[in-house]
Design a binder for this molecule. Structure first.
Ligand code: NDP
Length: 277
């Protein structure tokens, strides 16, 4: 049986085995998918062992996405742009590296949340790995404006400069949180790690245009602090990142198996389980 896994440290909390098992059942694909704990200094060796024992592909999570990028022999354009890899496929011709996080985000926004991104004003908070992965797929959706705001402004500036050539007609800019005062957006995406510590990026009030969506990449049982603050500040609707998680998995599954699973029932079941605690 073809073997797949998600590799990370820690990994016990990962929902990926459950998501991929559901995809495999649904599409009739014969495969196994496990959670693989790698020592922080033993990523490459753990991957080599897995591959030697029938491994066909891996999802890669914290803290190994940069090492996965370095390990891959070939990269997709979106992995190249992100400088990070969350999906590895092992073939006769070597190791193929992809990054499906940003595509998963865009698919969640457009297919699950019915948000047309073309022509919209988007604010992306944070300048870490999640933002890097999201930038090219977001730019490819042709928003009118894409603003990257970060606590450490220099990091946002670097990303805006790095992606300037890929912006097309989109006005791409970078700033600190203070400089957002007086500006309005149709979509605000929290790609900072603040929610993980139940903290809030210090945003000025009045960021949300009429009908705006606030999206937190983190997911949780209850609305995150970011989502609650956004509603109080006038966002018309809010969403967490569970859909992104399921959609990035669907992208990886499609890459490996050549069959696209139906993510909607899997997302609904996962949401039911999380809500039930
Ligand atoms: P990184 O560590 O690479 O980046 C962290 C970013 O958050 C930096 O821009 C940092 O700013 C900022 N930050 C951290 N704490 C605060 C704070 N208290 N206030 C304001 N800004 C803060 O993390 P990632 O990019 O990998 O992950 C970011 C989030 O995205 C996490 O919550 C993660 O769980 C989520 N994620 C969700 C996915 C999904 O499938 N749903 C997939 C990938 C990520 P500075 O540069 O100033 O330090």
């Amino acid at each position: 049986m073809d073997r797949y896994a998600v590799i990370g440290n820690p990994i016990a909390h990962s929902k990926s085995p459950q998501i991929h098992a559901a995809f495999a059942r649904q599409t009739g694909q014969e495969l196994s998918y496990e959670a693989l704990l790698a020592p922080v200094d033993g990523f490459a060796q753990t991957v080599a062992d897995f591959r030697a024992h029938g491994g066909r592909g891996l999802n890669v999570t914290v803290p190994f996405k940069l090492e996965a990028f370095a390990l891959a022999d070939r990269h997709t354009a979106r992995a190249q742009a992100a400088g990070a890899v969350n999906t590895l496929a092992f073939g006769a011709d070597g190791i193929h590296g992809d990054n499906t996080d940003g595509a998963g985000l865009v698919r969640d926004l457009s297919a699950n949340l019915n948000l047309e991104l073309a022509g919209r004003r988007i604010l992306l908070l944070g300048a870490g790995g999640a933002t890097r992965g999201a930038l090219l797929p977001l730019l490819d959706s042709r928003p009118a404006r894409l603003t990257i705001a970060n606590r450490t402004v220099a990091k946002a500036d670097v990303l805006a400069a790095l992606f300037a050539a890929r912006a097309g007609d989109t006005a791409l800019d970078a700033c600190g949180f203070d400089a957002l005062a007086g500006r309005r957006f149709d979509l605000v995406i929290n790609a900072t790690a603040a929610s993980l510590a139940d903290e809030l990026p210090p945003l000025p009030p009045g960021l949300y245009a009429e009908g705006a969506l606030a999206y937190d990449m983190m997911y949780a049982r209850a609305p995150t602090r970011f989502m609650r603050a956004a509603l109080a500040d006038g966002a018309a609707r809010v969403a967490d990142g569970l859909g992104m998680l399921v959609e990035q998995a669907a992208e990886s599954f499609t890459l490996w198996r050549g069959v696209r699973p139906d993510s909607a029932p899997v997302l609904a079941e996962l949401r039911r389980q999380i809500d039930a605690g």
